[in-house]
Write a protein that binds this ligand. Structure first.
Ligand SMILES: [Zn+2]
Length: 229
């Protein structure tokens, strides 16, 4: 039996309340969306009172839930897989449930937790309607590390500054490593400035002119290993 928009809206409000209550004031949250299954199916008490079909992380969980519930009602050719999946559930009269899996204090921790949960659920045999490669298939440690680096590189400069992440440029010409602190960019640059943007701007080596490799590292850890240049 298909659902009325009002039923969908009611469930959205309920999940937003659940999120507010369970997340409290944590800045980041890792969550799963659950399929309630057939009406006759009973799930055990626990984090999963349904079948997980999507894992996400967000710093704005209530807005994210709103998107998850409203986008499926207006599908278009560019709609995300998760929204198509939810539209399919709506068509069967099923309203998704929510599991708050973990909260995190920084973006990196949140991305790492999302990665861990996605891989864990896939290994447990759940099919996820995520499109990102880390949750599309089981990965080995090297692939996961590369993927995490890639995801972290698109975090906001303000988030990097908050968690003490620093851009380090390394060149093969022998010039000393160059450190670029995203904190220096947070005051006078646009709010949505991403770490990758800063890195690209400062990527050219002043020694040889080549474009250097760069990666995000932990400022405090680096400071204990070598003195500030
Ligand atoms: Zn160089």
């Amino acid at each position: 039996m298909p659902l009325y928009p009002i039923d969908i809206e009611k469930r959205l409000k309920a999940l937003q309340r659940q999120a507010r209550y369970e997340v409290e004031s944590a800045p980041y949250v890792v969550y799963a969306l659950l399929d309630p299954g057939e009406p006759s199916v009973q799930f055990e008490e626990g984090p999963f009172n349904g079948i997980p079909f999507y894992v996400g992380q967000s710093c704005e969980i209530e807005n994210r839930l709103r998107r998850h519930f409203r986008k499926p009602q207006k599908l278009n050719p560019d709609s995300q897989m998760v929204h198509r999946h939810i539209a399919g559930l709506f068509a069967m009269g099923r309203l998704p449930r929510l599991a708050i899996l973990e909260t995190a204090q920084t973006r990196s921790q949140s991305l790492m937790a999302e990665l861990r949960w996605g891989q864990r659920l896939m290994r447990a045999g759940y099919e996820l309607a995520n499109t990102s490669p880390d949750i599309g298939r089981v990965m080995d440690v090297d692939e996961l590390t590369t993927w995490l680096d890639y995801r972290r590189s698109s975090m906001l400069a303000s988030e990097a500054a908050q968690e003490g992440a620093i851009i380090v440029h390394r060149c093969t010409c022998g010039l000393a490593d160059r450190w670029v602190d995203p904190a220096d960019y947070t005051a006078c640059w646009p709010k949505r400035l991403r770490v990758s943007k800063i890195a690209v701007r400062s990527q050219q080596c002043p020694g040889c002119g080549d474009v250097c490799e760069w990666q995000l590292e932990d400022r405090d850890l680096l400071s204990t290993l070598c003195p500030t240049p």
